[in-house]
Design a protein around this ligand. Structure first.
Ligand code: FSX
Ligand code: SF4
Ligand code: F3S
Length: 314
């Protein structure tokens, strides 16, 4: 109770009302596919965490957009909340240490939290030429991943790169880049998107802390709460041409179809993600709502399969 009271006082000092916080917990709960009766329990995960979950966050072949998206997530203060429930032992972009010191932190954290930490991986692994296409402190990504991934309680791949290879694995892929699961032959939780919506990472971690297990996954390792339906299935532009009243206003189905972006390359029918409901930037909008076709950023072989981006799929 005391802990909870202090938590709300800290929020208040940051100018965040309890109402705003509960609203956020409502969004997380809905994203996780849980009924609203779970909102108080989700709030408790943040307000009175049983323990801070240790995390080792690896950066491999990628652009760091996934970290950027997470740190600058939908509510400006949620990054701080996430940091309250997580003990991020190693994360190259946000840690103060550099060089040998950073390497020491990595080894020490892996030893101290062996079997207990969540390994979050951002980026793909180079597999050709002894991993020569990507190294940290002189060590190939593959070696770093082999030290950290097998000793984690769970490995969560954030972004299309660590999930499926992403841009690094685009043809001709000279470095032989692969996603983590493929490169190491292990099971990972995949949260694809380039970058992914941070709410899907938060939902996965809250699920782990609240229910003591990882969320249900599809055969590509993606949480079904977020990737169970296609973009097209949830697209509001579809309702334009499927709604008789709208079609009547426009005179014909063809005219109403003008709202659909398929002819300018929308890959929504082949892409599984919750962008239409979760949206980005405090629920402001998402690509298709903003007038841009979905380019299929969360799918395997994103670059090879989904290009040319602005041409109708065959
Ligand atoms: Fe990949 Fe993440 Fe795209 Fe970038 O690091 S999913 S290139 S947004 O940032 O891994
Ligand atoms: Fe489907 Fe894209 Fe058209 Fe929406 S805009 S209805 S996702 S093809
Ligand atoms: Fe990516 Fe398509 Fe969503 S491009 S962000 S999966 S709308």
């Amino acid at each position: 109770m005391k802990e909870e009271k202090e938590f709300y006082e800290r929020l208040e000092r940051k100018g965040i009302s309890r109402r705003d916080f509960m609203k956020y917990c409502g969004v997380v709960t809905a994203t996780m596919g849980l009924s609203s009766s779970f909102i108080p329990q989700v709030a408790e995960v943040f307000a009175a965490p049983k323990q801070r979950q240790p995390v080792i966050w690896l950066h491999l072949g990628e652009c760091t957009g996934c970290s950027e998206a997470t740190i600058r997530t939908m509510y400006p203060w949620i990054d701080e909340l996430v940091l309250e429930i997580l003990d991020i032992a190693y994360h190259e972009t946000i840690m103060a240490a550099a060089g040998h010191q950073a390497e020491d932190v990595l080894h020490a954290a892996a030893k101290k939290y062996k079997g207990k930490y969540i390994c979050v991986v951002e980026g793909a692994i180079a597999t050709k030429y002894n991993g020569g296409y990507g190294k940290i402190a002189g060590r190939p990504f593959m070696d770093v991943a082999k030290e950290i991934v097998p000793n984690a309680a769970a490995t969560v791949c954030i972004g299309t790169c660590s999930s499926f290879g992403g841009i690094q694995a685009a043809k001709p892929n000279p470095g032989g880049y692969k996603g983590v699961s493929d490169a190491l032959g292990v099971k990972t939780v995949n949260i694809p998107g380039c970058p992914p919506n941070p709410i899907n990472l938060v939902g996965t971690i809250v699920n782990f802390l609240l229910l003591g297990k990882l969320p249900a996954l599809d055969d590509l390792g993606r949480p079904t709460f977020a990737y169970g339906k296609s973009i097209h299935d949830q697209c509001p532009r579809r309702s334009h041409y499927e709604n008789d009243e709208f079609v009547e206003t426009f005179g014909s189905k063809e005219a109403a179809m003008g709202y659909c972006l398929f002819k300018v390359g929308c890959k929504g029918p082949d892409t599984y993600n919750n962008c239409a409901t979760a949206k980005f930037n405090d629920g402001t909008s998402w690509p298709v709502e903003a007038g841009h076709p979905c380019i299929g950023c969360s799918e395997p072989q994103f670059w090879d399969k989904m290009t040319p981006f602005f041409e109708e799929s065959k």
